[in-house]
Design a protein around this ligand. Structure first.
Ligand SMILES: [Zn+2]
Length: 304
């Protein structure tokens, strides 16, 4: 009891020290002035996290949703997901040596498994490259490597929700905790302040709205959406929830119309709203950083 309290105290101390360092304008001057010196390493780190999260999302689908989920449970399942070596999706042959390196590994094996010839989906190298550029973009916008790191982790967890919702129309509550936690840290770093009462109102507004839809049209949305939408709107905050809502619903409508099968009615096409909520929140967070970078303000009440 005393030991863990002492340890928690130490974690808190380290946490506030890290926060202090990474919000010190003099320290951050290095990155706002000379950020491009760090581009190569930031790209490699971003791509590595991208590789980790694409792999994690894939494994969560396999070990939590597919028939394979019955093979492991509890801690053994997470051990399998997080610690088992990388292998071919098709023949389970272990991937070793240089082929493990993000992006480079794909080109080294010419996009194919050397064992069974399985075509490795192009989404992997493309995803890794995107994460690398995302890390650079966020460093450039925020001038803060800690914001860049947290943003990349945050995006990784959004990616997991996109995967599970797109494939199984299911949103993972365990993952929502990660999104909430990382989103709060991100907001703290960006705004330098804790959420305000307005943000809490946004949360309850969305909760009431989606709960009502769920109760009256249970077929329209899943219960996952009832929880995800208010928490995402809370992370967007006031008045950014307006952008979040539009950046979720406009692509949802556009893509549903474009992707719908010929002859199928829109009303009967199931829409993975979680995918679009993730997209909306991602765009909103980027927009926050863009506004901050250029010193723009929205509305007169933003700064209170
Ligand atoms: Zn293979």
């Amino acid at each position: 009891m005393g030991k863990s309290a002492k340890r928690n105290g130490r974690i808190e101390k380290v946490g506030s020290l890290v926060f202090e360092i990474f919000s010190d304008p003099e320290f951050l001057l290095i990155f706002t002035e000379y950020g491009y010196y760090f581009y190569p390493i930031v790209f490699v780190l971003g791509a590595s996290f991208g590789s980790f999260y694409f792999n994690l999302a894939y494994r969560i689908l396999v070990y939590h949703y597919s028939p394979m989920r019955k093979e492991f449970s509890g801690l053994a399942r997470w051990k399998q997901i997080l610690l088992s070596p990388s292998e071919c999706e098709n023949c389970s042959e272990k991937i070793s040596g240089l082929r493990l390196i993000p992006i480079f590994g794909y080109f080294l094996s010419r996009g194919k498994c050397p064992h069974c010839g399985y075509q490795i989906p192009i989404i992997y190298p493309l995803g890794e490259i995107s994460f690398g550029f995302l890390a650079i973009l966020i460093l450039e916008l925020s001038g803060n490597p800690l914001v860049s790191l947290v943003f990349v982790l945050f995006t990784g967890h959004l990616l997991i929700s996109v995967y599970t919702d797109a494939k199984y129309f299911s949103l993972d509550y365990e993952n929502l905790i990660w999104i909430f936690f990382l989103g709060c840290i991100l907001n703290l770093l960006i705004n330098q302040k804790i959420p305000e009462l307005n943000d809490v109102f946004v949360f309850f507004g969305f909760l009431g709205f989606f709960l009502a839809i769920y109760l009256f049209y249970p077929k329209g949305i899943g219960f996952g959406d009832v929880l995800f939408a208010p928490i995402f709107a809370f992370l967007a905050g006031h008045p950014w929830w307006l952008l979040f809502l539009n950046a979720s619903y406009i692509p949802a409508v556009v893509f549903t119309v474009l992707l719908k099968k010929k002859g199928a009615s829109i009303r009967e096409t199931p829409i993975p709203m979680g995918v679009y909520f993730c997209l909306g929140l991602f765009c909103t967070m980027i927009a926050k950083l863009v506004f901050l970078k250029f010193g723009w303000e929205i509305g007169s009440d933003v700064d209170g």
